[in-house]
Design a protein around this ligand. Sequence first.
Ligand code: GLU
Length: 276
Amino acid sequence: MTRRTRFAPSPSGHLHLGHAFSAWSAWQWAQENEAEFILRIEDIDTTRCKRAFEQSIFDDLIWLGLDWPLPVRRQSEHFDDYAGVLDKLRGLGVVYRCFKTRKEILEDIARAPHGLGEVYRGPSEPLSADEEAERVTRGDGFAWRLSLERCREHLGARYEAMRFEELGRGEQRADPAPLGDIILARKDVGTSYHIAVVHDDALQEISHIVRGEDLFELTPLHVLLQTLLGLPVPVYQHHRLLLDETGKRFAKRDKAATLKALREQGLMAEDVRQRF
Ligand code: GLU
């Protein structure tokens, strides 16, 4: 089987040094492992993502010395695919409509006996079918949440058996419990990063996912979705995060650390790679 990895940025700003390190890590891994490297544009947030930023991502990555096959998949052109995934999950009975406001959710969390920070573990009493239908008819806003309890019921022993391979660290148990019932879509936005990333990684036959360690805690949720949907579980490598001189992660608002700014100052790609 062809080994394939990807870099999947969101064009909601210019790439900074942290992104460059991430792109470079995936690219390097592909070079060292005779794997393909692809680029995917994750632009489901159509208010924050802009075509101008997408162009700047292409320019920055070419400047950095990367290349990738065309065409590049743009998630905003595939909302129907993601709606299909949500339908499948609804068909499995593992998602539910949650009409609660953020304030109500926080109150529920505060009342919960386990008190594990800001984690929502589902309603103590689910809405009846009639109440739900009434609220839908009324046009109330809601989120589709993944019920861990129903996932556990649906998957049985397969739930406890969920694992993924982390390069360099071996097999890891995929336990989504610390995340609680995560939002997978909203009434007006029929998808989320989780649905789109899991769908596209499978569609694009990504065998190895090299991405930042800030996403490590979400991996059990992605493995859960892959298991529910009957998709292969890729091998993961969560790389260290590149930090600035003060020890903080780069953020999109750090204008001075964008590749565009560094390029305009006359730095060469080699100078940037020295900082990795
Ligand atoms: N679009 C995600 C981001 O920019 C990519 C995450 C991933 O690699 O799975 O953070």
